[in-house]
Structure formats: C-alpha cells, structure tokens
Design a protein around this ligand. Structure first.
Ligand code: MN
Length: 270
C-alpha cells in the first residue's frame, strides 16, 4: 500500500495534478520543505506507477489512483489496470462524473466506470476518494450511497458546486469537501463555504488548472487560500490551518454516526 499519512503537516493540498507541472520534482520538494501534505491525483491508471516513483522518498506527497471522468471516453479500457492496482493505493482519484456539455456524450460510460470503481473500493475497504462532480452532484451522491455500502471508505468532494440541500446530503454520507481558491473567490459560493462543518473541510489547489497571481497555482499557495477562507468564516487563520490538518488525520477513519448527526443538525440551522 502506498503512502502513510505524513507526520505533523502544516498545510493540506488534497487535490493537485502534480504530474501535469513541468517542474513537478521541484514542486514535490517544496511540499516536503513546507510540510504541505499533497495528494497528487492522476487522470489515468497508467500514470499511477510513475507518480508513485516521483513521490518516492517524499513523505508529504501522496498519490491517488485515478480515472478522470473527462477521459473515460478514451480510457475506459484501462479499468482492468485500475482494478489491478487498487490494492496498492490508499488514495483514489481523480474519479467521478461530469455532465457538462463537452462530456455529456460519455455520461453512461462514465457512470458504468464510476460504479465499478466505487464497488471495487468498497470491497477493498479503507480507501479515501477525491471525487469530481461537475453538473452531476446529486447523481454522484446517489452513487456513493448505493455503492459504498460498507462505510469504510471516505469520499472527498473536490470543487463542490452543489446546493445547500446537496451539501446536507453529502454531510450525511460522511463526505469531506476540498476547497480551492477559485471557490473562495466565487461570491455565490460564500454562504455555503461559511456553513460547511469545520471538521469536514480540506483545502486543495486543483493545480495547474487554477490560476493564482496570473500563473498556475502551486501547493505553496495553500496558506493564502486558508487565510481567505478564515476571513470568510470570521476565524483566526492559524486555528483554521490547525483544524484542516487535524481533519486530514481524522479523515483516515470514517466519521462516527454521532458526529454525522451533530454536524448535520448544525449545518441545517446555519
Ligand atoms: Mn482535478
């Protein structure tokens, strides 16, 4: 099994396409130097081995085994590779569904792949999943509910754009939310970002696809995201950073149902 949880990280980037940066090896070194626990997601199962190799000897870089919904149309035939590698992966991602106009044509195929992946994760148990849900939040939640039956896997919704009631459903299903700077910048997201349970929050870059200071965002920009998010939630930035790193630890065991009930009650009253 690849990767143990890094010890005492200072920051968390739980969704970064590190293999898509030209200087990925520098980026991996920066993560270690700054103690940024970074999940390098992959978009095809074939990329997994190379990413594991890149991260070897760098305890702050974690590697996810993924099959991106936007690539399912061309890469669905790599599903057997995914299933073969799954026993080696603690982290799974990027996976999910994309019902945006460009990818809608492959939606049925995406659904088939997503279901197979969820069922395999549930069978293996103990996986942590980074999930894409563009224009498909309610469908993604329904699939999690149907296929993660044993409740030993933990879903993380990456770049969540759903409604408040969808967020409530996600909380009920034990999901975490990884938030990026683009979400924090979007005013229409503010009410939701203020209301999400603090113990379900993680940060991410989704780099290099997100821009920061007119260049691709890097894990080292996470402190700025935390500062903006803390301001939005009216809290101290250091306390939020500590909470997020402690969430990273708690995420490695599924949330107990008593806390789910409490978080859900609180969320519904905000
Ligand atoms: Mn991504």
């Amino acid at each position: 099994m690849t990767n143990a949880v890094p010890t005492s990280p200072r920051w968390v980037d739980f969704h970064c396409h590190l293999d898509l940066y030209r200087d990925h090896q520098d980026l991996i070194r920066e993560c270690d130097a700054e103690k940024i626990a970074t999940l390098g997601v992959t978009t095809t199962p074939k990329a997994f081995a190379r990413n594991v190799e890149m991260a070897m000897g760098y305890p702050y870089t974690l590697v996810g085994l993924g099959l991106h919904p936007q690539l399912v149309a061309e890469r669905a035939d790599e599903l057997p590779i995914f299933e073969k590698l799954l026993s080696r992966a603690r982290y799974v991602g990027e996976i999910g569904l994309d019902a945006g106009p460009r990818y809608y044509g492959s939606f049925q195929e995406q659904l088939r792949v997503f279901e197979r992946i969820l069922r395999a994760c549930d069978e293996h148990g103990g996986k942590i999943l980074s999930i894409h849900s563009v224009r498909a939040v309610s469908k993604v939640l329904k699939e999690l509910d149907l296929h993660l039956r044993n409740k030993t896997c933990v879903p993380v919704l990456h770049w969540f754009t759903g409604t408040k009631s969808e967020a409530a459903r996600a909380i009920e299903l034990g999901c975490y939310f990884s938030l990026n700077v683009e979400m924090v910048r979007s005013e229409k997201m503010h009410a939701l970002l203020q209301a999400l349970p603090i113990d379900r929050l993680l940060t991410e870059t989704d780099g290099p696809f997100v821009t920061f200071d007119e260049r691709p965002v890097r894990p080292t920009d996470i402190p700025s995201t935390v500062a903006l998010l803390a301001k939005l939630r009216g809290m101290d930035s250091t306390r939020l950073a500590d909470q997020i790193t402690s969430n990273l630890t708690s995420m490695h065991s599924p949330t107990p149902s008593a806390s789910i009930d409490r978080q859900l009650r609180l969320f519904k009253t905000t």
